[in-house]
Design a protein. Structure first.
Length: 353
Protein backbone atom coordinates (compact mmCIF):
# COMPACT_ATOMS: atom_id res chain seq x y z
CA UNK A 1 0.00 0.00 0.00
CA UNK A 2 1.54 3.28 -1.00
CA UNK A 3 2.28 6.13 1.39
CA UNK A 4 0.97 9.17 -0.51
CA UNK A 5 2.49 12.65 -0.80
CA UNK A 6 1.40 14.73 2.20
CA UNK A 7 2.50 11.94 4.56
CA UNK A 8 5.44 12.20 6.96
CA UNK A 9 8.69 10.30 6.52
CA UNK A 10 10.80 9.72 9.62
CA UNK A 11 14.56 9.78 9.10
CA UNK A 12 16.89 8.27 11.70
CA UNK A 13 20.16 10.18 11.47
CA UNK A 14 20.53 13.84 10.69
CA UNK A 15 23.64 14.06 8.49
CA UNK A 16 23.98 15.15 4.88
CA UNK A 17 22.32 11.99 3.56
CA UNK A 18 19.23 12.75 5.65
CA UNK A 19 19.38 16.35 4.49
CA UNK A 20 19.38 15.39 0.80
CA UNK A 21 16.68 12.76 1.43
CA UNK A 22 14.47 15.37 3.09
CA UNK A 23 15.00 17.76 0.18
CA UNK A 24 13.99 15.09 -2.34
CA UNK A 25 11.00 14.08 -0.20
CA UNK A 26 9.85 17.71 -0.03
CA UNK A 27 9.83 17.89 -3.83
CA UNK A 28 7.31 15.05 -3.87
CA UNK A 29 5.18 16.73 -1.20
CA UNK A 30 6.27 14.71 1.84
CA UNK A 31 7.21 16.16 5.21
CA UNK A 32 10.18 14.78 7.11
CA UNK A 33 10.81 14.26 10.79
CA UNK A 34 14.49 13.86 11.67
CA UNK A 35 15.62 11.90 14.75
CA UNK A 36 19.21 12.49 15.88
CA UNK A 37 21.09 12.90 19.16
CA UNK A 38 23.02 15.96 17.89
CA UNK A 39 22.18 19.50 18.90
CA UNK A 40 21.79 20.90 15.38
CA UNK A 41 22.09 18.12 12.77
CA UNK A 42 22.25 19.51 9.23
CA UNK A 43 19.20 17.50 8.07
CA UNK A 44 17.02 19.21 10.70
CA UNK A 45 17.56 22.54 8.89
CA UNK A 46 15.48 21.28 5.94
CA UNK A 47 12.94 19.07 7.77
CA UNK A 48 9.50 19.90 9.17
CA UNK A 49 10.25 18.29 12.54
CA UNK A 50 13.26 17.32 14.60
CA UNK A 51 13.50 15.11 17.68
CA UNK A 52 16.73 15.35 19.61
CA UNK A 53 17.18 12.09 21.48
CA UNK A 54 19.56 9.23 21.80
CA UNK A 55 19.14 6.28 19.41
CA UNK A 56 18.76 4.03 22.48
CA UNK A 57 15.82 6.05 23.88
CA UNK A 58 12.88 3.71 23.27
CA UNK A 59 10.26 6.14 24.59
CA UNK A 60 11.50 8.85 22.23
CA UNK A 61 11.57 6.37 19.33
CA UNK A 62 8.02 5.31 20.12
CA UNK A 63 6.80 8.92 20.23
CA UNK A 64 8.65 9.61 16.96
CA UNK A 65 7.01 6.51 15.44
CA UNK A 66 3.55 7.87 16.22
CA UNK A 67 4.25 11.03 14.19
CA UNK A 68 5.48 9.33 11.01
CA UNK A 69 3.81 7.21 8.32
CA UNK A 70 7.01 5.47 7.27
CA UNK A 71 10.53 5.55 8.73
CA UNK A 72 13.99 5.05 7.26
CA UNK A 73 17.63 5.50 8.28
CA UNK A 74 20.52 7.36 6.73
CA UNK A 75 23.17 6.08 9.11
CA UNK A 76 24.06 2.45 9.81
CA UNK A 77 25.64 2.60 13.23
CA UNK A 78 22.25 2.62 14.96
CA UNK A 79 21.63 0.18 17.81
CA UNK A 80 19.20 -2.38 16.37
CA UNK A 81 17.25 -3.54 19.44
CA UNK A 82 15.50 -0.21 20.29
CA UNK A 83 14.32 0.07 16.66
CA UNK A 84 11.90 -2.80 17.24
CA UNK A 85 9.33 -0.21 18.32
CA UNK A 86 9.46 1.19 14.77
CA UNK A 87 9.80 -2.08 12.87
CA UNK A 88 6.30 -2.10 11.33
CA UNK A 89 7.02 1.24 9.64
CA UNK A 90 10.75 0.86 9.02
CA UNK A 91 12.21 0.49 5.50
CA UNK A 92 14.75 -0.91 5.00
CA UNK A 93 14.20 -3.28 7.92
CA UNK A 94 16.54 -3.87 10.83
CA UNK A 95 17.78 -7.01 9.03
CA UNK A 96 19.68 -4.93 6.45
CA UNK A 97 21.05 -2.82 9.28
CA UNK A 98 22.07 -5.75 11.48
CA UNK A 99 24.00 -7.48 8.70
CA UNK A 100 25.71 -4.29 7.49
CA UNK A 101 26.88 -3.20 10.91
CA UNK A 102 29.00 -6.25 11.65
CA UNK A 103 31.76 -6.71 9.08
CA UNK A 104 32.05 -10.44 9.81
CA UNK A 105 28.29 -11.06 9.41
CA UNK A 106 28.36 -8.89 6.29
CA UNK A 107 31.22 -10.79 4.64
CA UNK A 108 29.61 -14.14 5.43
CA UNK A 109 26.28 -12.90 4.06
CA UNK A 110 27.91 -11.65 0.85
CA UNK A 111 29.69 -14.98 0.36
CA UNK A 112 26.44 -16.85 1.00
CA UNK A 113 24.89 -14.78 -1.81
CA UNK A 114 27.53 -16.25 -4.14
CA UNK A 115 29.56 -13.04 -4.50
CA UNK A 116 33.34 -12.77 -4.28
CA UNK A 117 35.02 -11.16 -1.26
CA UNK A 118 38.72 -10.92 -0.32
CA UNK A 119 39.92 -13.92 1.75
CA UNK A 120 39.07 -13.01 5.35
CA UNK A 121 38.87 -14.27 8.93
CA UNK A 122 37.25 -12.95 12.08
CA UNK A 123 39.89 -12.11 14.73
CA UNK A 124 39.60 -11.40 18.46
CA UNK A 125 43.20 -11.45 19.71
CA UNK A 126 46.74 -10.72 18.60
CA UNK A 127 47.32 -14.48 18.33
CA UNK A 128 44.40 -14.65 15.84
CA UNK A 129 45.89 -11.79 13.84
CA UNK A 130 49.32 -13.47 13.71
CA UNK A 131 47.69 -16.73 12.66
CA UNK A 132 45.79 -15.01 9.81
CA UNK A 133 48.92 -13.22 8.63
CA UNK A 134 50.74 -16.54 8.42
CA UNK A 135 47.78 -18.15 6.61
CA UNK A 136 46.92 -15.37 4.16
CA UNK A 137 50.30 -13.67 3.83
CA UNK A 138 50.66 -9.89 3.59
CA UNK A 139 49.28 -7.37 2.91
CA UNK A 140 46.36 -7.79 5.30
CA UNK A 141 44.01 -5.06 6.47
CA UNK A 142 42.38 -5.18 9.91
CA UNK A 143 38.95 -3.59 10.15
CA UNK A 144 36.97 -3.37 13.38
CA UNK A 145 33.77 -5.41 13.12
CA UNK A 146 31.69 -2.44 14.24
CA UNK A 147 31.62 1.34 13.97
CA UNK A 148 34.15 1.76 11.18
CA UNK A 149 33.56 4.20 8.34
CA UNK A 150 35.59 6.24 5.86
CA UNK A 151 38.68 4.17 6.56
CA UNK A 152 38.39 4.65 10.36
CA UNK A 153 39.01 1.62 12.57
CA UNK A 154 41.41 0.16 9.96
CA UNK A 155 45.09 -0.71 10.01
CA UNK A 156 47.30 -2.30 7.37
CA UNK A 157 49.83 -5.03 7.99
CA UNK A 158 52.34 -4.94 5.15
CA UNK A 159 54.97 -6.95 7.01
CA UNK A 160 54.28 -9.70 9.61
CA UNK A 161 56.26 -7.63 12.15
CA UNK A 162 53.50 -5.01 12.02
CA UNK A 163 50.81 -7.35 13.41
CA UNK A 164 51.05 -6.10 17.02
CA UNK A 165 51.11 -2.40 16.11
CA UNK A 166 48.11 -2.83 13.77
CA UNK A 167 46.16 -4.72 16.45
CA UNK A 168 46.94 -1.89 18.91
CA UNK A 169 46.01 0.74 16.29
CA UNK A 170 42.46 -0.59 15.96
CA UNK A 171 42.10 -0.60 19.75
CA UNK A 172 42.34 -4.41 20.15
CA UNK A 173 38.68 -4.62 19.12
CA UNK A 174 37.04 -7.67 17.50
CA UNK A 175 37.83 -7.28 13.81
CA UNK A 176 38.01 -8.92 10.45
CA UNK A 177 41.39 -9.45 8.86
CA UNK A 178 41.25 -9.51 5.08
CA UNK A 179 43.77 -9.81 2.29
CA UNK A 180 44.69 -6.63 0.47
CA UNK A 181 43.07 -6.81 -2.95
CA UNK A 182 45.08 -5.81 -5.99
CA UNK A 183 42.66 -3.73 -7.96
CA UNK A 184 42.75 -1.45 -10.98
CA UNK A 185 39.78 0.63 -9.82
CA UNK A 186 36.94 0.85 -7.36
CA UNK A 187 33.29 1.19 -8.35
CA UNK A 188 29.87 0.80 -6.83
CA UNK A 189 26.43 -0.49 -7.71
CA UNK A 190 23.65 1.73 -6.39
CA UNK A 191 20.33 -0.08 -6.57
CA UNK A 192 16.84 0.64 -5.29
CA UNK A 193 14.55 -2.30 -4.50
CA UNK A 194 10.81 -2.31 -3.95
CA UNK A 195 8.85 -4.63 -1.64
CA UNK A 196 7.60 -6.68 -4.60
CA UNK A 197 11.14 -7.23 -5.94
CA UNK A 198 11.14 -4.54 -8.63
CA UNK A 199 14.44 -2.73 -8.77
CA UNK A 200 16.17 0.19 -10.46
CA UNK A 201 19.88 0.54 -11.23
CA UNK A 202 21.93 3.55 -12.28
CA UNK A 203 25.15 3.68 -14.28
CA UNK A 204 27.98 2.42 -12.07
CA UNK A 205 30.18 5.20 -10.71
CA UNK A 206 33.94 4.62 -10.68
CA UNK A 207 35.20 5.83 -7.32
CA UNK A 208 38.53 7.35 -6.28
CA UNK A 209 39.48 7.33 -2.59
CA UNK A 210 42.18 9.13 -0.62
CA UNK A 211 42.96 8.25 3.02
CA UNK A 212 39.98 5.84 2.95
CA UNK A 213 37.55 8.65 2.04
CA UNK A 214 35.70 8.93 -1.26
CA UNK A 215 37.07 11.88 -3.25
CA UNK A 216 35.54 11.54 -6.71
CA UNK A 217 32.87 9.48 -8.51
CA UNK A 218 32.71 9.42 -12.31
CA UNK A 219 30.06 8.06 -14.67
CA UNK A 220 30.19 6.38 -17.01
CA UNK A 221 32.97 4.16 -15.64
CA UNK A 222 36.07 3.23 -17.66
CA UNK A 223 35.95 0.43 -20.25
CA UNK A 224 37.92 -1.88 -17.93
CA UNK A 225 35.33 -1.49 -15.17
CA UNK A 226 32.42 -1.71 -17.61
CA UNK A 227 33.46 -5.33 -18.32
CA UNK A 228 32.76 -6.19 -14.67
CA UNK A 229 29.48 -4.33 -14.28
CA UNK A 230 27.12 -7.15 -15.27
CA UNK A 231 28.59 -9.55 -12.71
CA UNK A 232 28.68 -6.84 -10.02
CA UNK A 233 25.04 -5.91 -10.62
CA UNK A 234 24.07 -9.56 -10.34
CA UNK A 235 25.87 -9.75 -6.97
CA UNK A 236 24.28 -6.51 -5.72
CA UNK A 237 20.80 -7.68 -6.70
CA UNK A 238 21.37 -11.05 -5.02
CA UNK A 239 22.36 -9.24 -1.80
CA UNK A 240 19.35 -6.87 -1.96
CA UNK A 241 17.03 -9.81 -2.64
CA UNK A 242 18.43 -11.99 0.15
CA UNK A 243 18.01 -9.12 2.62
CA UNK A 244 14.46 -8.43 1.40
CA UNK A 245 15.76 -4.86 1.23
CA UNK A 246 13.34 -2.00 0.56
CA UNK A 247 14.95 1.27 -0.55
CA UNK A 248 18.40 2.08 -1.86
CA UNK A 249 21.37 -0.16 -1.12
CA UNK A 250 24.92 0.44 -2.33
CA UNK A 251 27.49 -2.27 -2.90
CA UNK A 252 31.14 -1.24 -3.25
CA UNK A 253 33.52 -3.26 -5.43
CA UNK A 254 37.16 -3.58 -6.36
CA UNK A 255 37.73 -4.27 -10.06
CA UNK A 256 40.37 -7.02 -9.77
CA UNK A 257 42.06 -9.23 -12.37
CA UNK A 258 39.73 -12.08 -11.43
CA UNK A 259 36.55 -9.99 -11.56
CA UNK A 260 34.55 -7.81 -9.19
CA UNK A 261 35.32 -8.30 -5.47
CA UNK A 262 32.79 -6.92 -2.99
CA UNK A 263 34.37 -4.64 -0.39
CA UNK A 264 31.23 -3.83 1.60
CA UNK A 265 27.66 -2.67 1.30
CA UNK A 266 25.75 0.23 2.82
CA UNK A 267 22.00 -0.34 3.37
CA UNK A 268 21.23 3.22 2.30
CA UNK A 269 21.82 6.04 -0.14
CA UNK A 270 25.52 6.57 -0.68
CA UNK A 271 28.11 9.24 -1.38
CA UNK A 272 28.98 7.55 -4.70
CA UNK A 273 25.37 8.14 -5.80
CA UNK A 274 25.34 11.91 -5.22
CA UNK A 275 25.98 12.51 -8.92
CA UNK A 276 22.44 11.23 -9.60
CA UNK A 277 20.93 14.47 -8.22
CA UNK A 278 21.79 16.36 -11.40
CA UNK A 279 23.25 13.56 -13.55
CA UNK A 280 20.26 11.19 -13.70
CA UNK A 281 16.56 11.69 -14.39
CA UNK A 282 15.71 10.40 -10.89
CA UNK A 283 18.19 10.83 -8.03
CA UNK A 284 19.05 8.10 -5.53
CA UNK A 285 17.29 10.21 -2.87
CA UNK A 286 14.03 10.52 -4.77
CA UNK A 287 14.21 6.84 -5.69
CA UNK A 288 14.66 5.87 -2.05
CA UNK A 289 11.54 7.87 -1.18
CA UNK A 290 9.67 6.22 -4.06
CA UNK A 291 10.72 2.73 -2.91
CA UNK A 292 9.91 3.17 0.80
CA UNK A 293 6.59 4.88 -0.02
CA UNK A 294 5.81 2.34 -2.74
CA UNK A 295 5.49 4.82 -5.61
CA UNK A 296 6.55 3.56 -9.05
CA UNK A 297 10.29 3.46 -9.90
CA UNK A 298 11.64 6.63 -11.53
CA UNK A 299 13.77 6.66 -14.68
CA UNK A 300 17.46 6.24 -13.85
CA UNK A 301 18.92 7.24 -17.24
CA UNK A 302 21.84 9.68 -17.45
CA UNK A 303 20.69 13.16 -18.43
CA UNK A 304 23.92 13.96 -20.33
CA UNK A 305 26.87 11.90 -21.52
CA UNK A 306 28.32 11.62 -18.01
CA UNK A 307 28.92 13.27 -14.66
CA UNK A 308 31.75 13.84 -12.20
CA UNK A 309 31.12 14.37 -8.48
CA UNK A 310 33.90 15.77 -6.29
CA UNK A 311 33.60 15.77 -2.52
CA UNK A 312 34.45 18.89 -0.56
CA UNK A 313 36.35 17.50 2.42
CA UNK A 314 37.44 19.67 5.34
CA UNK A 315 38.79 23.02 4.15
CA UNK A 316 37.85 22.26 0.50
CA UNK A 317 34.51 23.84 1.32
CA UNK A 318 36.25 27.20 1.74
CA UNK A 319 36.63 27.20 -2.06
CA UNK A 320 32.90 27.85 -2.37
CA UNK A 321 33.24 31.44 -3.77
CA UNK A 322 35.24 30.13 -6.74
CA UNK A 323 33.00 27.07 -7.19
CA UNK A 324 29.68 28.89 -7.18
CA UNK A 325 31.08 31.18 -9.89
CA UNK A 326 31.84 28.25 -12.23
CA UNK A 327 29.37 27.61 -15.02
CA UNK A 328 27.90 24.12 -14.81
CA UNK A 329 29.16 23.38 -11.29
CA UNK A 330 26.30 22.18 -9.07
CA UNK A 331 27.53 23.11 -5.60
CA UNK A 332 26.11 21.39 -2.51
CA UNK A 333 27.11 22.67 0.92
CA UNK A 334 25.80 20.62 3.80
CA UNK A 335 25.56 23.42 6.36
CA UNK A 336 27.60 21.57 8.98
CA UNK A 337 29.37 24.65 10.32
CA UNK A 338 33.13 24.82 10.76
CA UNK A 339 35.12 22.34 8.66
CA UNK A 340 37.37 19.80 10.36
CA UNK A 341 39.95 17.60 8.61
CA UNK A 342 38.44 14.57 6.87
CA UNK A 343 34.85 15.74 7.37
CA UNK A 344 32.51 15.68 4.37
CA UNK A 345 31.32 19.28 4.08
CA UNK A 346 29.77 19.34 0.60
CA UNK A 347 30.19 18.16 -2.98
CA UNK A 348 30.21 19.51 -6.52
CA UNK A 349 28.74 17.75 -9.55
CA UNK A 350 29.52 18.61 -13.14
CA UNK A 351 27.35 17.01 -15.81
CA UNK A 352 28.83 16.53 -19.30
CA UNK A 353 26.39 17.49 -22.05
P1 LIG B 1 36.27 0.65 3.61
O1 LIG B 1 36.10 1.50 4.83
O2 LIG B 1 36.20 -0.79 3.85
O3 LIG B 1 35.37 1.12 2.50
O4 LIG B 1 37.75 0.95 3.08
C1 LIG B 1 38.13 2.23 2.62
C2 LIG B 1 39.08 2.12 1.45
O5 LIG B 1 40.28 1.39 1.83
C3 LIG B 1 38.52 1.33 0.28
O6 LIG B 1 37.69 2.11 -0.54
C4 LIG B 1 39.82 0.91 -0.42
O7 LIG B 1 40.38 1.99 -1.16
C5 LIG B 1 40.73 0.58 0.75
N1 LIG B 1 40.58 -0.85 1.10
C6 LIG B 1 39.74 -1.38 2.02
N2 LIG B 1 39.83 -2.73 2.07
C7 LIG B 1 40.76 -3.09 1.16
C8 LIG B 1 41.31 -4.35 0.72
N3 LIG B 1 40.93 -5.52 1.24
N4 LIG B 1 42.22 -4.31 -0.27
C9 LIG B 1 42.63 -3.15 -0.82
N5 LIG B 1 42.15 -1.94 -0.46
C10 LIG B 1 41.24 -1.89 0.52
Amino acid sequence: MSVPPGSTIGILGGGQLGRMLAMAAAQLGYKCHVFDPGEAPCAADVAANFTRADFTDRAALEAFGRTVDVATYEFENLPVAPLEVLEAKLHPSTRSLAVAQDRAAEKQFIEDCGARVAPWRAVASLADVEQVVSELGTPVVLKTRRYGYDGKGQAWIRDPAEAASAWAAIGEEPAVAESGVEFSSEFSVVVARWADGRHALWDCPENEHGDGILRRSTVPCSDAVALQVAEAREAALAIAEALGHIGVITVEFFASQTGPVVNEFAPRVHNSGHWTIEGAVTSQFEQHVRAICDLPPGDTALVGSGAVMDNLIGDDVNRWPELVAQAGAHVHIYGKGAPSPGRKMGHVTRVRP
